[in-house]
Ligand binder design. Structure first.
Ligand SMILES: Nc1nc2c(ncn2[C@@H]2O[C@H](COP(=O)(O)OP(=O)(O)OP(=O)(O)O)[C@@H](O)[C@H]2O)c(=O)[nH]1
Ligand SMILES: C[S@@+](CC[C@H](N)C(=O)[O-])C[C@H]1O[C@@H](n2cnc3c(N)ncnc32)[C@H](O)[C@@H]1O
Ligand code: SF4
Ligand code: SF4
Length: 310
């Protein structure tokens, strides 16, 4: 039997769910968009997250991504992954700053986590401290290597590229990734109303078009991820670089297949909008039926619109 696929009004299939587990974090990155939302009271419990994932599975979601804030500062993170794993998704992943990964990587793997994306913008301790306001570079690196060691695969390194801050470090970071069998993701800085410093994006924004051109020239192979915002992957000398260019990119939004959930249990149709959230947690707490909860999910999907259009 073929799996169910729900599409939105723009013919985009909903294949992945991104759950922001908390807005709290153990660092304070200068550019952080906080997954598009600041408030963080009333975080969902593991059972509530489990229920949301069960409904997601019913409507055909294949992939679950846990994010934050920093998802690993939730003390129940292993329990959350274990519960989600019992539902049977194709892919469960976490996006993390890596600082607590040395502690949790093995337990997360055993609980059913498939892979991690770890944010690391620099290998330079001073630059790391400038960006995050903390000196946790070594902890993050240890966490990254531990993830590789326990078999989370692939480990992806998220590097947000900023003018005059780390643009010159791409080659070093690529070598660090290649040497440790990891994928490098270069991310264009997104302007967001949820960033503490609203002038930051304009000052440090660095267009990745030239970088992509250069990668095209030297790549042995280029592939496109059709159901993942049409992103391109470049294979170079046995290493891999993916480029994430969400800014003013209508193709990126036209190929967006993910729905989001906020820490306090609202369906969030788009990273960059907060005027179309749909509350689902109230009905979960009222023990409403799965059919009713599915209807709420579908209402969230109905509100999806591409943020960037031509
Ligand atoms: N505008 C926009 N940016 C996104 C979206 N999803 C991810 N991003 C950006 O892409 C970057 C990487 O996100 P991750 O959480 O590591 O996950 P991913 O790369 O999207 O997912 P995988 O490739 O499956 O590992 C982050 O900097 C996000 O800000 C999205 O739906 N819209
Ligand atoms: C909000 S963080 C949450 C997960 C975790 N704390 C981390 O840093 O990986 C998710 C991803 O968004 C990226 N991000 C945050 N603010 C951004 C911005 N303004 N532009 C582009 N990416 C951003 C981070 O680098 C990280 O890879
Ligand atoms: S990007 Fe991640 S690690 Fe940095 S402040 Fe935001 S949530 Fe925390
Ligand atoms: S519509 Fe565009 S901006 Fe909104 S979540 Fe999807 S890719 Fe991101």
């Amino acid at each position: 039997m073929s799996e169910r696929v729900v599409k939105d009004k723009y013919d985009r299939p909903i294949l992945s769910l991104r759950i922001t587990l908390t807005n709290r974090c153990n660092v304070n990155c200068i550019y952080c968009h906080h997954d598009g939302m600041r408030s963080s009271k009333n975080e969902m419990t593991p059972d509530e997250i489990y229920k949301i994932c069960q409904i997601a599975k019913r409507i055909g979601v294949r992939k679950i991504r846990l994010s934050g804030g920093e998802p690993l500062i939730r003390k129940d993170i292993v329990e959350i992954v274990s519960k989600i794993n019992s539902i049977g998704f194709n892919d469960i992943s976490i996006t993390t700053n890596g600082i607590l990964l040395e502690k949790y990587a093995k337990d997360l793997k055993e609980a059913g986590l498939d892979r991690v994306n770890v944010s690391l913008d620099t290998l330079n301790p001073e630059t790391y401290e400038f960006i995050t306001k903390k000196d946790y570079l070594e902890a993050a690196k240890k966490g990254i290597l531990k993830s590789v060691e326990v078999g989370l695969y692939p480990v992806k390194i998220n590097m947000v590229i900023m003018r005059d801050i780390n643009e010159h470090e791409i080659k070093d970071m690529f070598n660090f990734c290649k040497d440790n069998n990891m994928v490098l993701q270069l991310i264009e800085l997104i302007e967001s109303e949820n960033c503490d410093d609203d002038k930051f994006s304009a000052e440090y924004h660095y267009k990745l078009d030239m970088v992509e051109e250069r990668l095209s020239d030297i790549a042995d192979e280029v592939r496109e991820r059709e159901f993942m915002q049409g992103r391109r992957k470049y294979y170079i000398n046995g290493g891999e670089i993916e480029v994430v260019k969400p800014v003013d990119n209508s193709k990126f939004c036209a190929n967006c297949t993910r729905l989001r959930v906020t820490p306090d249990g609202k369906i969030k149709p788009c990273l960059l909008r907060n005027d179309n959230l749909v509350d689902i947690i109230t009905d979960i707490r009222n023990n409403e039926s799965d059919e009713k909860l599915e209807e709420i999910f579908l209402k969230g999907i109905d509100k999806r619109e591409p943020f960037n259009t031509d």
